[in-house]
Design a protein around this ligand. Structure first.
Ligand SMILES: *Cc1c(COP(=O)(O)O)cnc(C)c1O
Length: 384
């Protein structure tokens, strides 16, 4: 391996002062201990308790959305988000092939069909221009609903994802959804603390989903949330995620098949403490970006992925783009050997066994990026 890569790994080991530097670790202090201990001491650890409501309110306030409904994980949040806007069996949902598996799985849980679209290199998110040309060609409006002329199925919604925290081109995607009568749902699982033109991600869609898994910018252990400005949809999301139980002092009446997706109180307690640290995490992540920027400044053949124009990214996961001539796996092998945990971007969804038959557009950019994008250690840290 050449000197540049050796120096690169050394600098990361030095920054984190570790022989093995994980990709993204949660960080806790007395706050988390205090809130979680409170749950344990009072016995309120499970499905009832005040931290869930507090977490939902704090989260909604932080994001700038009317309501947040806390659930067990981000995948469950996506599942319910899609269900409450009316995605039904045999509907198609447009989503990027370049995403984490949960985005596509959630669509499948409703017996709906993922329809894969391409991304652009500026945002790593859905390319609105390419998608518009594609829809022009393959879709048509029938009585105010969009249909895929090739499959004869309804295309119900667009589900963009803000990759590594970098916001998609929302203005263009909103215009596209209006033109084609698509419901917009955001997979904002990775983008807590990310803004597009000053507005928080997850506030553009009719509903959106967030994740608080252990590797995300803040964690509840495992957890997620459904966000919306629509009070009725929020109430319905709450109802569905709490077994669809009709409130009563003692009777067990459930008015439809619901889900046991409620976030436990002990997880919400962790989340309340974590949420208080968001401003600090964002500051640390932006300083880390500067650190990496300096590190790769004179490094030939790689560049650091930076937030798109008009956005403020949370820089959840730092990503480098390798020139075409690099062998990605050789770089990954070297970095991981040096104790610098690094990972490739996800295998695109359209290449996975269970989604191979799903409809898709030309995915040239996705195909190119999958060989070139590497994530490097991104845990928030004080850069000296
Ligand atoms: C993390 C993540 C999710 C949700 O994951 P959970 O582990 O279920 O919380 C969904 N979509 C994307 C893009 C993610 O990165």
């Amino acid at each position: 391996m050449n000197k540049q890569w050796i120096k690169f790994a050394e600098n990361i080991n030095q920054l984190y002062r570790k022989n093995f530097v994980p990709l993204h670790e949660p960080t806790f202090n007395e706050k988390e201990v205090e809130y979680v201990t409170d749950c344990v001491k009072t016995g309120w650890v499970s499905s009832v308790g005040s931290y869930v409501t507090r977490f939902e309110e704090d989260l909604a306030k932080f994001v700038g959305v009317k309501r947040a409904v806390a659930v067990v994980n981000g995948t469950a949040a996506l599942h319910i988000a899609l269900k409450i806007v009316g995605v039904e069996s045999n509907d198609e949902v447009l989503l990027p092939s370049l995403t984490f598996i949960a985005t596509a799985n959630a669509v499948s849980y409703l017996q709906a069909i993922p329809h894969f679209v391409d991304v652009n290199e500026e945002t790593l998110g859905v390319d609105p221009f390419k998608l518009e040309k594609y829809l022009e060609e393959i879709a048509e409006l029938r009585q105010g609903e969009l249909y895929n002329k090739q499959t004869n199925r309804r295309i119900k919604a667009l589900l963009p994802m803000h990759t590594f925290g970098h916001p998609c081109m929302m203005d263009e995607l909103i215009t596209l959804c209006e033109k084609y009568k698509l419901i917009l749902i955001e997979d904002a699982a990775e983008s807590l603390g990310s803004y597009y033109k000053g507005k928080h991600t997850g506030t553009f869609g009719k509903v959106s989903a967030m994740s608080f898994n252990g590797n995300k910018i803040i964690t509840t252990g495992g957890g997620g949330a459904i966000l919306t400005n629509d009070e009725e949809l929020a109430d319905y999301a709450k109802h569905l995620t709490t077994t669809a139980k009709v409130p009563h002092r003692w009777e067990f009446i459930h008015d439809e098949i619901g889900f046991n997706y409620r976030m436990p109180n002990i997880n919400a307690a962790l989340g309340c403490a974590q949420l208080e640290k968001m401003p600090e995490y964002i500051k640390q992540k932006r300083n880390l970006t500067k650190f990496y920027e300096n590190l790769v400044a004179n490094f030939e053949g790689i560049r650091l992925f930076r937030e798109p124009f008009n956005t403020q990214s949370n820089y959840w996961l730092q990503a480098i783009l390798l020139d075409e001539h690099y062998n990605r796996d050789e770089i990954l092998g070297f970095l991981n050997e040096q104790g610098v945990m690094s990972r490739p971007i996800w295998t695109p969804m359209h290449e996975l066994e269970m989604f191979i038959q799903c409809p898709k557009m030309d995915l040239a950019v996705t195909e190119r990026l999958k060989q070139r994008v590497i994530n490097i250690p991104s845990t928030p840290i004080e850069v000296r």
